[in-house]
Design a binder for this molecule. Structure first.
Ligand code: ARG
Length: 438
């Protein structure tokens, strides 16, 4: 059997369960492209400090490219002793190009390598997720019907989610490579060159921090938890509004499922899963913060536990954004049902405001309006069915124009201050989002 990469000081065998426990290749292989990319940049940097000749660099880069292609084509042969993506790629490189492959890891550690890979991988994923948040924002503003204000309230949360996601990027984009196992690189490796080559915005200024920091993962998990919370709250609105009792929206067949026993059912499983996944993503975040808490400085193998929660969160948040977009883009909205659900008592505040405009302090008008509601209740009628004499019996300032209060459209149109539900202010929200997305 082949030697482990770190086998020199060992004489005894690894316990088989320990081997499986330690092995991360089954999940970290999804970073294969980032690992190859990082190694290619590192090979070039080694040439610049004369550890490799240009010819050796070319052979290594060619070998790494071939390893990367094997992964991409799904033909990479995993060996039992491949501990993680880093050892697997290096093992394969040496098989392809011989002992020269063993020069690549000069001055590098898996500690700075894995931290670099994770950042490269996440930067790439964040770009896709950013597009999905924008997609969700686009379908929401595409429904300029009256209940647009409600949808736009959710869109406003997503707008700040987008902003927060973009603000994470500079903190993910910090280069660990060149930190070595913890103390730094003894071959004067040009880290500015590495950063440029790999597209990092800045360089980890402290090598111990560089290999030991996973705050960028915590921040992403926190971002995912919060934006899933927003998706969940929107889902909850739509679940209620899609019930038979409300019937404000009908979800398309594409995003619903049937019941195995109740033939009439159309279950909003998409929305319930969006709500449900939120708990799991929060769990990934809370669990990983627990992993970090109490770790001593620099790299510890505990940090390998960053991968599954991050990968799971990325997968589920990416899918959730697409599902949410699909649900909204395909649902039918029933304005007639919403209109039918309106009751005149929701205009009681407008009735109080009517008297405010006649000069009466709001605290009094609130009380008068409340008495009008009570009177209508006693008469078993709706508030707008009270007579002018009824109103004047409550307050002398009521005039015949009180009938104008009982108009839902007019009520909505009075909310003309910025952020209100008047048509102009809804259009303003749409144009703010449009400008953001263009
Ligand atoms: N698979 C490891 C991880 O994901 C790579 C780093 C290994 N470093 C070490 N000191 N054992 O964290």
């Amino acid at each position: 059997t082949k030697q482990k990469l770190w086998g020199g000081r060992f004489t005894g065998k690894t316990d088989p369960l320990m081997h499986a426990f330690n092995q991360s290749l089954r999940y970290d292989q999804r970073m294969h492209a980032a690992d190859i990319q990082g190694s290619i940049a590192y090979a070039k940097a080694l040439t610049r400090v004369a550890i490799l000749t240009p010819d050796e660099e070319a052979k290594i880069v060619d070998g790494l490219t071939r390893v990367g292609k094997e992964w991409a084509d799904g033909v990479f042969q995993v060996q039992p002793d491949d501990e993680d993506i880093h050892t697997a790629n290096e093992r394969r490189l040496s098989e392809l190009i011989g002992p020269l492959g063993g020069k690549l890891h000069t001055g590098r550690s898996r500690n700075d390598q894995v931290a670099t890979d994770m950042r490269l991988w996440l930067l790439d994923q964040v770009q896709d997720i950013e597009q999905s948040v924008k997609g969700l924002l686009r379908v929401i503003r595409g429904q300029p019907i009256r209940w647009s204000h409600l949808l736009l309230s959710h869109a406003t949360s997503f707008r700040y989610d987008l902003e927060r996601l973009q603000q994470l990027i500079p903190r993910i984009s910090v280069l660990p490579l060149g930190s070595g196992p913890l103390a730094g690189n003894p071959f004067a490796i040009d880290r500015e060159f590495l950063a440029k080559e790999l597209g990092f915005a800045s360089i980890a200024e402290n090598s111990m921090w560089g290999v030991g920091d996973r705050d960028f993962i915590v921040e992403f998990l926190m971002w995912a938890s919060l934006s899933m919370t927003h998706i969940s709250r929107m889902a909850e609105d739509l679940i209620i509004y899609s019930t038979a009792e409300f019937g404000f929206v009908t979800l398309s067949d594409a995003y619903t499922t049937g019941s195995s026993i109740m033939p009439q059912k159309k279950n909003p499983d998409s929305l319930e899963l969006l709500r449900g996944k939120t708990g799991r993503i929060f769990g990934n975040m809370a669990g990983f913060v627990m992993t970090l808490k109490g770790l001593p400085s620099t790299y510890n193998k505990d940090l390998q536990e960053d991968k599954e929660p991050l990968f799971d969160a990325v997968d589920n948040v990416a899918a959730s954004l697409k599902i949410a977009e699909g649900v909204i883009a395909t649902m039918d909205v029933h304005a007639d049902k919403m209109a039918k659900a309106l009751t005149m008592d929701v205009l009681a505040t407008d009735l109080a405001d009517y008297l405010v405009r006649k000069g009466i302090p709001f605290r009094e008008t609130h009380h008068i309006s409340g008495r009008a509601v009570a009177l209508a209740e006693a008469r078993q009628c709706q508030i707008h069915e009270l007579t002018l004499a009824d109103f004047q019996g409550l307050n002398a300032n009521f005039g015949p124009d009180v009938v104008e209060v009982f108009d839902f459209e007019a009520s909505v149109e009075r909310r003309t201050a910025i952020g209100g539900t008047s048509k102009a202010m809804v259009e303003r929200q749409v144009s703010v989002l449009r400008a953001l997305l263009s």
